[in-house]
Structures are given as C-alpha cells and as structure tokens.
Write a protein that binds this ligand. Structure first.
Ligand SMILES: [Zn+2]
Length: 382
C-alpha cells in the first residue's frame, strides 16, 4: 500500500511499486518452485527510480547505486534457492549484501511474467517477429485461486432473501457486477428423523420431495466464513445443505506458446529470421535445414523441460534456449527440429514491453519515479 504523503499524493515507495507489479503479474501465477517478488529491501523504502533488467549482476547493482532510491525490477530472481547465510561466499549472498549496503531494493517478476497474456511475456518477442497465428499457451497451468463457489439448495420462496444475505456478506461480486448468481430448479428429497424440525414435508419419518432451487454464487475465499454464516441465518431450514467448491484459475495462462507461421518455410530460413530480427547472434539450430515447417513452439529462456509439451502440441520446430546435448539428440530422434536462440536473447527482447506495461500501470496511481532500462548488457558469452 502506498503511503499517503499529502491530500491525494501517493508516495513512491517499494510497497506501492510492488502493488503495481503484482496486480499486473500476480505472484500466484508463478510456478510453485519460483521465488518472485521483493528480494532485498522493505516496502517503506522510497523509490526515486525503477531500473528494469533481465539479470541482477554486480554491474547492474553498481548502475543502480548511482541513483539513491533505485528499485531494481529483474526478470530473474536474485534470490532463488534458499540461503543458509547472507555472506559473500555465494553469488546470491554477495549480490544481496551489495544491494542492501547501497540501499538498492530488488524485486523480480519471473515465471509470473512468463505466463502473462498482456504481450510482455518472455515468449512474445518471438511470437511477434514470426507473426505467429492461432497462438495458444504450450501448457495450461491450472491452480487453486482465491475464489470459491457456494452452491446452496433453497426453497423458491426464500431464494431472494438468501441471495440478499450472501451478497451482503461478500458473495456474488464479479467485476463491476454485484448479486451475480445462477439458479436452476430441481427436487430435494429427505426423511426427517426424530429431533428434527422440518420446514416442509409431512412430518417425522415421512419421506418428502420438495421443489428447491440450486443457487450458485462465487465469492472470495476469505469471505467464505461470513457468507456461509449469512446463508445459514437467512435459510429457513434447520439443516442447510450447501457445497463450497474451490475454483481453478489459469485456463488462459501457461508456459510457452505454440502457433502457426503465416506461410510454411524451411528450417534454415526460419532460424535466420530469428537470428537477425530478435536479434540472437549466438543462435544455432538442429534438424534438416531444408525441412519445411509451419507449426512452431516457443519457450523463452531455458526450454529443456518443455520438450514433451512441444512435441505434444504438434510443433515441428521448438524455439528456446539452453538446450543440452542429449536433450537435443533425443528431441531430433522424436522428430522435433530445434532452434536454440539463447536464454538471454529470447528473454531480454521482452524487457522493453515489460517496462512499458509497468510504467503505464504505475502512472494512474500517481507513481512518478522514472522507469528506465538497465544499460548493462548481462549476456556473459563472447
Ligand atoms: Zn530466464
């Protein structure tokens, strides 16, 4: 939350910038093994400049330290594996100490940026330069989100009262709509046992069939307790039947992309186009140079682990980086041509769009710190 500095002025601080970053690229969308978010610094540190970079290196931190109050937002997390000690003995410890000593805050948007559908993801530069058509994510990353569905069975004469009550407790809100619900009619059956107080039917021990409405509403998980209490209070039955069902998010986000070229072309031509236009000066490719391909799978960064997904997607060629020797040979044997454009080249090309999205999201919130691209090239290879 930004600190209110004046009447309607929001302080540029790390917390406010993280809010912007996480609203656009929710950490919940990151892979379970990832470590996105704030890595060095505190939410109340003031921010006078945001520096966007693919990697955090000593040179990037020197660049950051030249302007006090710099928040570095990197794609690759500075802290990735748990550290047992913060000393200069590890690369991460050394860099984290360096950042903290100069008052440089460091945050990362890693796999939560990879999966985005806003065009700033690490697959999107290759998608755009090839004009790929019918593009879909290569994987589907379904995960339990922050919303649940309440299903309740309500006699028709009580349904408006019940819906009012659960809405007032926080259910039924979708975007700019409230009291959103669905109902369908059916038959509820029960046999009341001694000690019960049936609202309808023909008394204790007699099987009853009653017309009921199945009422469905969505709600934030955090409101579940309040909404179920409201349901039970407003419902006329002494025993209220209801289900709370966790909802999955992520059907529209996933790692990698797959799509079709506007026109089929030989593998060597495709590789040449990516090398020149990404640009990817260290690009190498594997497979018959004359093989004509049209379906292309892409994973920016390191793509070893998604070879099976690329094959399953029907791709003829897989564009990624960091492909190991044996992984490459196996993929070729299974009929997949490969273009290794480099981890750095595929991902660094996404940084300008990422920077622009971040800046555009920050300005309406009154955050005016300049957002600039790091001038340090972090590709280590010559
Ligand atoms: Zn990467």
């Amino acid at each position: 939350m930004g600190i209110r500095a004046g009447e309607d002025e929001v302080a540029d601080d790390v917390g406010a910038w993280l809010e912007v970053l996480h609203e656009r690229y929710p950490p919940a969308q990151a892979a379970a093994w990832d470590n996105p978010g704030l890595q060095v610094g505190a939410p109340d540190w003031p921010v006078d400049r945001v520096l966007v970079t693919l990697d955090v290196t000593e040179a990037v931190l020197e660049e950051a330290a030249a302007v006090p109050g710099t928040l570095v937002i990197a794609h690759h997390p500075l802290l990735f594996r748990p550290l047992a000690r913060l000393t200069p003995d590890t690369a991460a410890g050394r860099l984290a100490l360096l950042a903290a000593r100069s008052g440089t805050a460091v945050a990362a948007a890693h796999t939560n940026l990879d999966v985005t559908d806003d065009g700033a993801g690490t697959n999107d530069p290759v998608v755009r330069l090839l004009d790929l058509e019918q593009v879909t994510p290569l994987t589907t990353e379904l995960r339990e989100g922050g919303r649940v569905k309440l299903v309740a069975f309500v006699p028709p004469e009580s349904v408006e009262e019940v819906l009012d009550a659960v809405s007032a407790a926080g259910a039924g809100r979708i975007g700019e709509y409230e009291r959103c619900a669905f109902r369908v009619e059916g038959t509820g059956t029960f046999r009341p046992l001694p000690g019960s107080d049936p609202y309808s039917g023909e008394g204790i021990g007699r099987t009853a069939q009653e017309r009921e409405l199945r009422l469905e509403v969505e709600l934030p998980r955090a409101r579940a307790g309040a909404v179920v209490s409201a349901l039970i209070d407003a419902h006329p039955y002494d025993e209220v039947a209801y289900d709370l069902v966790p909802l999955l998010d992520g059907a529209r986000t996933g790692f990698g992309r797959v799509g079709r070229l506007p026109a089929p072309q030989p593998l060597s031509e495709l590789a040449g186009a990516i090398r020149d236009r990404l640009p990817a000066p260290h690009l190498r490719f594997a497979g018959d140079p004359d093989r004509v391909v049209s379906r292309v799978a892409i994973v920016g960064g390191a793509g070893d682990s998604l070879i099976d997904a690329a094959l399953a997607s029907g791709a003829e060629v897989y564009v990624t980086g960091d492909l190991r020797h044996h992984v490459t040979l196996d993929a070729l044997t299974r009929g997949l041509a490969l273009i290794d454009a480099g981890h750095h080249a595929t991902e660094v090309a996404a940084m300008p769009t990422f920077l622009a999205r971040l800046e555009a999201a920050a300005r309406p919130r009154g955050l005016d710190a300049p957002v600039v691209a790091s001038a340090v090239p972090t590709v280590p290879w010559r």
